[in-house]
Design a protein. Structure first.
Length: 73
């Protein structure tokens, strides 16, 4: 093999492995971004559930289901 063939073989190997590493990095960044987005959506959903729970609890305190209740509005 000539020197040029050795250099080209080495160069193509290095560039090929760099491309594979780049694909792996892009995939991991994509998965991380998806996980962050899912975490934010879960946080919004949990906040909404907590808000509705507090609202229902407040309304249940205002409403009395007994017929002789003095707190009934």
């Amino acid at each position: 093999m000539s020197t040029l063939e050795i250099i080209l073989t080495f160069l193509s190997t290095v560039l090929g492995s760099a491309n594979i590493i780049q694909l792996i990095t892009v995939r991991s960044l994509k998965k991380k971004a998806q996980a962050d987005a899912t975490a934010e959506m879960d946080k919004v959903l949990i906040n909404r559930i907590n808000f509705l729970d507090e609202r229902i609890t407040k309304l249940e305190k205002q409403v009395c289901f007994r017929t002789d209740c003095e707190k009934r509005m």
